[in-house]
Design a protein. Structure first.
Length: 483
């Protein structure tokens, strides 16, 4: 895990680079495109043949990484001989297991070096579940908990997947990142190298950074999210009561995936923050002491790892992988219309809207029925919104978002977009319309939203007007059909 926080300037710059914002003309775009506990342990939930990952094998990888550091100046910092040897160790074993393995040179990393990407050749290429961990460490020591534990956990899971060779329902991709300790540079380079379509193929990214802390806790990134559900289900089955990974927010390789609109989660056991009394009572260990007392220090060796915490993380990864990409067979398309009250005739539910937006006013006619959503039309500076949460089913062949739009304006210019309507799904802007698109009557607009299959996202319309001369954006008969 990298130290403390990202600078606000870097965060804002990356957000601007990864948010898809289209021009004023209506456009169709592809979506962009992770210490012994005293309490008794319950029987794990049925994982539909998810394997038990041998913690002994994971520890053997840790021993190898420690030896690599000792043979290369005491560390595995990105760009160093220790890092290159670590990458070759992982790469050789994956290639022998049958993975499609590639190296990606991060030219703008602080220490230019390679990411390692491995894909198991099974499951649909446009339905990817991705598991990642950073392979580099700091220059102060061998970096075993941070982050040979995450790297080794994923390596052993990858090898077990290859050995069992089950029928896949999704494509599984593993990644080992470089230059994380210098600012999440390797994963940022990878995400920025993807097209919008390629990002849309990734249905979830799971990050594993420091999963064996000796005084560790059980933390999950975005613990209440749908993406986190399989990770949480496994730890819940052990009675662990996992908590949100507050300490790790914005500090590891899930950050740039999240900024690009890709759902993320992951496990962590804690870094330099201190365990609370309540956590010690729940999980064991020492209250008011750091989760990892050797964080970014020379003592971060194989002695700085809890086998119990590491084992629970490794098995939780396997459970999630099997649930997401192996178990249950091919997803069945439930199909149908997933937008509620798309014609606005049944009150406002389940829409959330600015007051007065859903209306039967005679000032602008509905396309069908009496009600429609009318954003704008004020002739003064104002922003209005209309949105609802939708769950897009998995396993369908087609996914089409459509709505009818009428734009009426008092603006007289033919060249300047003064007033705008943006259409978003999740953090992705599908299109932007303006007073320049005014036309008589309603026009149907439609978008392919297959990149959001299997996700719960917010469908949002936002209208903004400047200080004078109204533009009305009138929406009716919204549908999102999966079939």
């Amino acid at each position: 895990m990298r130290g403390r926080t990202l600078s606000a300037r870097i965060a804002l710059a990356v957000f601007a680079a990864t948010t898809v914002t289209l021009a004023a003309q209506p456009v169709t775009a592809s979506p962009p495109t992770a210490t012994t506990v005293a309490r008794p342990i319950a029987a794990p939930v049925a994982a539909l043949a998810a394997p038990d990952i041998s913690v002994t094998n994971v520890q053997a990888h840790l021993t190898q990484f420690n030896a690599i550091a000792n043979s290369n100046g005491g560390n595995r910092r990105a760009g160093s001989a220790g890092y290159t040897a670590s990458l070759n160790y992982v790469k050789t074993r994956l290639q022998s297991a049958g993975y499609t393995v590639s190296e990606q040179y991060c030219s703008n990393c602080r220490y230019p070096s390679n990411n390692l990407i491995a894909e198991w050749p099974g499951g649909p290429a446009d339905q990817v579940v991705m598991f990642g961990a950073h392979l580099d460490g700091v220059s102060a020591g061998p970096g075993i908990n941070d982050n040979a534990t995450g790297s080794s956990t994923l390596l052993e899971n990858a090898l077990v997947l290859a050995a069992q060779n089950p029928t896949m329902t999704k494509r599984v991709r593993f990644a080992w990142w470089t230059d994380e300790e210098q600012g999440l540079n390797g994963s940022r380079f990878y995400v920025n190298s993807l097209s919008a379509t390629q990002r849309g193929y990734i249905k979830g990214y799971y990050n594993f950074d420091m999963v064996g802390s000796v005084n560790g806790g059980y933390f999950i990134n975005r613990v209440t999210s749908t993406t986190a559900a399989p990770l949480k289900a496994y730890w819940d089955s052990l009675g662990l009561q996992p908590e949100e990974n507050v300490e790790g927010q914005g500090r590891s390789d899930d950050y740039y995936f999240q900024q690009a609109g890709i759902p993320t989660s992951g496990y962590a056991a804690g870094a330099s923050a201190r365990k609370t009394s309540a956590q010690a009572a729940k999980w064991g260990g020492t209250a008011n002491s750091a989760y990892d007392p050797c964080y970014h220090r020379s003592c971060d060796t194989t002695a700085n790892v809890s086998a119990t915490v590491l084992n629970r993380a490794a098995d939780g990864v396997a459970y999630a992988l099997w649930q997401l990409a192996v178990s249950g067979g091919t997803p069945t398309c439930t199909g149908g219309q997933v937008v509620g009250n798309g014609g606005f005739e049944s009150g406002s539910t389940p829409w959330t809207a600015t007051s007065g937006v859903i209306t039967n006013s005679s000032g602008q006619p509905a396309r069908t029925g009496s009600y429609k959503a009318w954003l704008g039309g004020n002739g003064s500076t104002r922003t209005e919104s209309l949105y609802q949460s939708v769950t897009v089913p998995a396993g369908c062949a087609t996914y089409t978002l459509a709505f009818w739009l009428h734009i009426d304006t008092a603006e007289t210019t033919s060249s300047t977009a003064y007033d705008r309507l943006t259409v978003q799904v999740g953090s992705t802007t599908l299109a932007t319309y303006s007073n320049l698109n005014a036309a008589t009557g309603y026009v149907q607009r439609s978008f392919n939203v297959a990149g959001f299959a299997g996700q719960t996202v917010t469908l949002r319309f936002t209208g903004t007007e400047d200080s004078s001369l109204q533009t009305s954006f009138v929406i009716d008969d919204v549908t999102l059909q999966a079939s």
